[in-house]
Design a protein around this ligand. Sequence first.
Ligand code: NDP
Ligand code: GDR
Length: 371
Amino acid sequence: MKKKALVTGITGQDGAYLAELLLSKDYEVHGIKRRSSSFNTDRIDHLYQDPHEDNVSFFMHYGDLSDSTNLIRIIQQIQPDEIYNLGAMSHVKVSFDTPEYTANADGIGTLRILEAVRLLGLTKKTKVYQASTSELYGLVQAVPQSETTPFYPRSPYAVAKLYGYWITVNYREAYDMYACNGILFNHESPLRGETFVTRKITRGAAKIALGLQKKLYLGNLDARRDWGHAKDYVEAMWLILQQEKPEDYVIATGITTPVRDFVKMAFKEAGIEVEFKGEGVNEKGYVVSCSNPEYQVEIGKEVVAVDPAYFRPTEVELLIGDPTKAITKLGWKIKYDLPMLVEDMMQSDLKLFTKEKALKELGYAIKNQYE
Ligand code: NDP
Ligand code: GDR
């Protein structure tokens, strides 16, 4: 019998990589997707299997973390061995605009999953992974941040996730469930949502190199993050549910980098050297050199500027995680360092926008033919 996994948030960055990983390990994978007015399954379309065929091992169910009846029905139907609760309103800045919804989906949503497992009498069968976050550390108490560092959340998102963290610990202790938190630090990839800073930067740098965008507007350039690759981090999620005892783990690289340096690394991947001048809201990034003749970027051109609209009411300035427990106890391995991550993301976005540019130019050519 194949193991069965249920993944909430399967249409997101991590959901897509985790589904791939679980399928490669011969799981039957069930994902919950939200109904939306346009398609939201781009990241997992390549995994789709026609349910009319034989030996299907990938299934999608409509659902939402705000609907407990829906979750109970799906969990009852599947009787999963493992649940990965990745679904969330995951954007920190947006959570200041939608705090109540964020609390409902990210906080109470976690309770709904755990309670469904309990109500259905599955506490001895179903293991639960909760997508906890380094945002729990918030205002710096100590670095590097480990499993024992105190939390001080700094956004409605982080406060909602704090509830998710503790309700997972509580259900583990109260009902003897195998329920764990992965406290994951920022992880990125070519599938990263377009409004998170790394992807916004790699998309911007690629479009600027190709002449499709003039300038990249960013917020706090001083913020420092511990960035890893999502492919490595979904391996950790799986490992966390394969242990003898359920425990919580920090997943991080142990290296922190300012947003400004990520910008420089991204442009450099396209052969463009960028230098920053000025301070605070007046800080700007200028092109110093361009070694790639394909990209006609003017020397001295201003390509990065600060827009305070992207500042957060309360910011998390510094994250740097200590992954010692995960490395020693789980045997977790980091395969991608930051330069490899930037290369992967930039090459993917350069390819994407080269295609877009060609389509646009071809489109104009065809349009002109008929005018
Ligand atoms: P994404 O934003 O890429 O994906 C979020 C997923 O959650 C999407 O599938 C989204 O669906 C779904 N979702 C949103 N709201 C609901 C809801 N009400 N009910 C059901 N599903 C919902 O996030 P990531 O893949 O980057 O992150 C996965 C999880 O890990 C999240 O919980 C995030 O908070 C957490 N996390 C992420 C980190 C990171 O650096 N990436 C670090 C630490 C934690 P749709 O596609 O329809 O929007
Ligand atoms: P974060 O990721 O808030 O850490 O949450 P994000 O990439 O949004 O921000 C990282 C840092 O960059 C600064 N920043 C900007 N951020 C965005 N989005 N856009 C900008 O233009 C910009 N300019 C500077 C931010 O202020 C911040 O300091 C992510 C999410 O995936 C969460 O779900 C997850 O829990 C945490 O990572 C760990």
